[in-house]
Ligand binder design. Structure first.
Ligand code: CUO
Length: 651
């Protein structure tokens, strides 16, 4: 019961985020009227912290209510982190919540929301509490201006309305063909959620394990880029080109969106060059990158305390991820700079580099909006190439390493659910996302529904059927990847070229009995995706029903949207290679006492890792396709099977 009470309180606090706390909620208004943080300093880890915070906020030193919170702005971030530390350090739930209520009405809504959300995600007494999807809390960060305007009209006139939203741009823009991916609200909330689970400003002193977070930074973005490339291919577009600091950014982008305070997101015309910012230059960025490239080429990094760490071990990729995202003091973060963050800022401010016109931040400076801009994928392709440079230097896996003695994969089949489905064919289609805007405003009469709909990619349910023979009873990990068969020119993609572009579909442990095994796995269970998040209304209902199944303590909210698991394909069918590899569970798993059942229960480990604890699969992410493959014949061992499948999009 306490849990449901807390869950409801959290929901109420993130409703109508741009308006003062609603007078509808008595408990919240009571706290608001009576709570004085200065009277409760002992309830926080650091009482002085609270004192300073209250002083600064009440003396107008914090970002004003109608200013735009930008996580990449050092002052904004410092303020947000300060609040986060107070909320995170509150000694019990009530102190945490009371302080949050106080803060909510005293500061910039999105700054509050960010600090509060990260605190909810990390406090042990908030385990199981579900935050509504970001696109319902701050729809303005996901919707276009015309849609928001229509929504306001509907609200003013209290008219029930369904507003269809179009993707930005016009038919003249080839990038428009893949807007359904970059502008998908699920992709954007996944990306923003990932960055809340793994904040780049996270401090070691918070004492929370973020296992292999540098590697996850590489891998999650690597997979997003690979998936974007696959979507491009299915729309007859070539692979995304990595950004180059000295070439023009060919494609412009017009977000057609407006901040809550009425300022427009800046647009970028075609063909702009990077410009120096007053506080760092393009040359700085290049220099930092050169230093990273040198370290990769040498194969070791000097830690801040002077000792040498070689990058050719399994830790190598993780360290590089930390360096590129500038996460860890251990690896000379001043020497390597903030390559990735600075690149986001350079792109975002490219049209007003000197801030002459006071242009607000571009989409690249918010994790909720970044992937809308095709340049996001170009930037991340560029960053991804650094990681590729490192992986290419590692010795390719040998046959002995790749093999799983005694285990053979005999056959692999994909079976669709629908009546007309053919074997080894997956059908994709477009349906609609719905966003309820009811939570934007307090004074919307309850009965008035204001909803936005937009096209979204989806696919029919399917399952994998894998036949494998084992000489004796054993346990394995099944790793499933998808890779386009032909490139943009229509030439067959070899494994030598194509391994880096492999898309991870699933990874799960299995028990194998001696003899023949038929492994059936539903696509739905994929360890890289999550189901559609519960809406505000659904969470409220689940609370009212006290339906505990929705609030499992281990439940993960980070993960790629399940409906985008399968790339779109083409109307006539597009060829893909489905690559299935079974490896030795006992060699791979690095968590003692982790049994198959337990490991199989972990959700969305693929791109989001384990929230607090170790990732059981010790193999490098992307294994065995992460390293160079010099020759296809010598790579494929009998514990692997590649089959041709088609992805057909229904029009
Ligand atoms: Cu996710 Cu660049 O890290 O956006």
């Amino acid at each position: 019961d306490t849990f449901y009470k807390h869950q409801t309180q959290v929901l109420h606090l993130v409703e109508h985020i741009y308006e003062p706390i609603s007078s509808h909620y008595e408990d919240l208004t009571t706290i608001k009227k009576t709570y004085d943080p200065l009277q409760h300093l002992d309830n926080f880890k650091d009482g002085d912290h609270v004192k300073h915070f209250v002083h600064d906020v009440t003396h107008g030193k914090y970002l004003a209510h109608d200013e735009i919170f930008n996580i990449f702005h050092p002052h904004h971030r410092r303020q947000m982190v300060y609040l986060f530390e107070i909320l995170y350090g509150a000694k019990d739930f009530d102190s945490f919540f009371n302080m949050a209520v106080w803060a909510r009405d005293h500061m910039s809504p999105r700054m509050f929301l960010y600090a509060f959300s990260v605190a909810v995600l990390h406090r042990t007494d908030c385990k199981g509490i579900t935050l509504p999807p970001a696109y319902e809390i701050t729809p303005d960060m996901f919707l276009t201006t015309d849609v928001m305007r229509k929504a306001y009209q509907a609200k003013m006139t209290a008219t029930k309305t369904v507003i269809p939203m179009k993707f930005t741009g016009s038919i003249k823009n080839p990038e428009q063909r893949v807007a359904y991916f970059g502008e998908d609200i699920g992709v954007n909330s996944h990306h923003s959620h990932w960055h809340m689970d793994f904040p780049f400003w996270w401090k070691r002193s918070y004492d929370v394990t973020k296992d292999r977070r540098g590697e996850l930074f590489f891998y999650m973005h690597h997979q997003m880029v690979n998936r974007f490339d696959a979507e491009r291919l299915s729309n007859w577009l070539p692979q995304v080109e990595p950004l180059n600091w000295h070439h023009e950014i060919e494609e412009g982008f017009a977000p057609a969106a407006m901040y809550f305070n009425g300022q427009e997101f800046p647009m970028r015309p075609d063909g702009i060059h990077f410009h120096d910012l007053p506080w760092f230059t393009v040359k700085d960025t290049e220099d930092y990158e050169d230093r990273i490239r040198n370290v990769i080429a040498k194969g070791y990094v000097k830690a801040s305390d002077g000792h040498t760490i070689f990058l050719n071990g399994t830790e190598g990729i993780n360290i590089l991820g930390l360096v590129v995202e500038s996460l860890d003091h251990d690896y000379n973060r001043h020497y390597f700079g903030k390559l990735h963050s600075n690149a986001h800022v350079l792109l975002s401010k490219v049209t007003d580099p000197e801030q002459k016109f006071g242009t607000p931040p571009g989409v690249m400076e918010h994790f909720e909006t970044a992937t809308r801009d095709p340049a996001f994928f170009r930037l991340h392709k560029h960053i991804d190439n650094l990681f590729k440079q490192h992986k290419d230097m590692l010795t390719p896996y040998t046959k002995e390493e790749l093999d799983f003695p005694g285990v053979t994969v005999d056959a692999v089949k994909v079976v669709g659910k629908s009546e007309d489905s053919t074997a080894n064919q997956i059908v994709t289609f477009f349906d609609e996302s719905h966003i309820n805007l009811g939570n934007m405003w307090v004074h919307t009469p309850e009965k008035v529904g204001i909803e936005v709909t937009m096209k979204r990619l989806n696919h029919e349910a399917f399952k994998y059927v894998i036949t494998a023979t084992a000489e004796k009873e054993t346990e394995g990990i099944v790793r499933i990847f998808l890779s386009p068969t032909y490139n943009w020119f229509g030439q067959e993609i070899t494994l030598q070229d194509g391994h880096w572009g492999a898309i991870e579909m699933d990874r799960f442990p299995v028990k194998l009995t001696a003899g023949e095994n038929v492994i059936t796995r539903s696509g739905k269970k994929s360890v890289v995706t999550i189901d559609e998040p519960m809406s505000f209304a659904e969470i409220h209902k689940a609370v009212a029903d006290k339906d505990a199944t929705h609030f499992h303590k281990e439940f993960r909210h980070c993960g790629f949207p399940h409906r985008l698991l399968v790339p779109k394909g083409r109307p006539e069918g597009m060829h893909y290679k489905l690559m299935v590899v079974i490896t030795d569970y006992h060699k791979d798993v690095v968590v003692p006492d982790m049994d198959v059942e337990h490991m199989d229960k972990l959700q969305s480990v693929g791109y989001c890792g384990v929230m607090e604890g170790k990732i059981p699969d010790g193999k490098p992410m992307g294994y065995p396709f992460d390293r160079r493959i010099s020759c296809e014949e010598s790579f494929i061992t009998k514990n692997m099977k590649f089959v041709d499948i088609t992805v057909k999009t229904r029009v």
